[in-house]
Write a protein that binds this ligand. Structure first.
Ligand code: PAF
Length: 279
């Protein structure tokens, strides 16, 4: 496995890799969710490149950029284990060289939910994803459904800018008790982790109700609120939305998505599930 730290090293490494290339953009602190993306990329491409870059522009000033976990040696070992060919782990100035002055701003699916709670976050994501895709030029890029809104923002930007890459969305990986894997789960105390389960339980309860015939999105949102409030979680949003536009829906006649963001102590968690009405 090659580790490239600079754009020049990346170019040299890319020239040696057989195509097609699958890219897995990450911020490191790799867990089983990231590794599932890398394995899928491994199965579908001749080469796999994984990027590790804690992107400063997608963090708000009060957020956890400084304390975000950066276990690089462990990440490299895990990447090698799952058959990654190339890791691009650049310092900030390789991604944003002096004079860098461009941002990529996606409206549409960015406008609600995370876009409201974390203003500017998706511009940071869209800018770095565009930059990384242009540096790696992969045939495919793999993103987790755990960050469902991010996935739709990336799909929108790739379509709007006609970037020559296929975006592959991959299912959320969960602990056996349902908690969606996240690099931020390490911040949870055992007691907080237990209470955090109310989020996935609320979302899955909503999915069960929809499968049983419930179509009223507001009733489902109220139900989800009851679940998470009973566990003492602070709600940023719990919403039933169109799976592509991320606009709220009122009646579930077609597949929709339930999205949630809650705070458990100082830790903010997001999750989502598909809502599939009976035929
Ligand atoms: O999902 C992430 O880890 C990040 O938002 C991404 C896509 C790597 C961009 O920094």
């Amino acid at each position: 496995m090659i580790v490239a730290r600079t754009r020049a090293e990346l170019e040299t490494a890319l020239a040696r890799l057989p195509r097609p290339l699958g890219a897995v953009p990450t911020m490191g602190a790799l867990h089983a969710g990231h590794l599932s993306l890398a394995r899928r990329a491994r199965a579908e491409n001749a080469s796999v490149a994984l990027t590790i870059f804690v992107n400063p522009t997608q963090f708000l000033p009060h957020e956890d950029f400084e304390r975000y976990p950066r276990p690089l040696e462990q990440d490299l070992a895990l990447a090698e284990e799952v058959g990654v060919d190339l890791v691009f782990a650049p310092p900030v100035e390789e991604v944003y060289p002096p004079g860098f002055a461009t941002t990529v701003s996606v409206a549409g699916p960015s406008q609600h939910w995370e876009g409201v709670c974390r203003p500017g976050h998706f511009t940071g994501v869209a800018t770095v994803v565009t930059r990384l895709l242009n540096l790696l030029r992969p045939e495919r890029a793999y993103f987790g459904e755990k960050d469902y809104q991010q996935l739709q923002v990336v799909r929108r930007l790739v379509s709007d800018l006609a970037l020559p890459v296929e975006i592959v969305g991959c299912p959320t990986v969960r602990d056996p008790d349902g908690l969606a894997l996240s690099s931020r789960n390490v911040y949870l105390s055992p007691e907080e982790r237990q209470r955090a389960l109310a989020l996935s339980r609320a979302l899955f309860t909503a999915a069960e109700r929809v499968a049983a015939g419930e179509r009223d999105a507001r009733a489902l949102e109220a139900l989800m609120h009851q679940h998470v409030s009973a566990a003492g979680l602070e709600v940023d949003y719990l919403a039933v939305v169109d799976p592509v536009s991320l606009e709220p829906v009122s009646e579930i006649r077609h597949p929709a998505r339930a999205l949630g963001a809650v705070r458990v102590g100082t830790v903010r968690l997001i999750d989502n599930v598909a809502l599939v009405p009976p035929p």
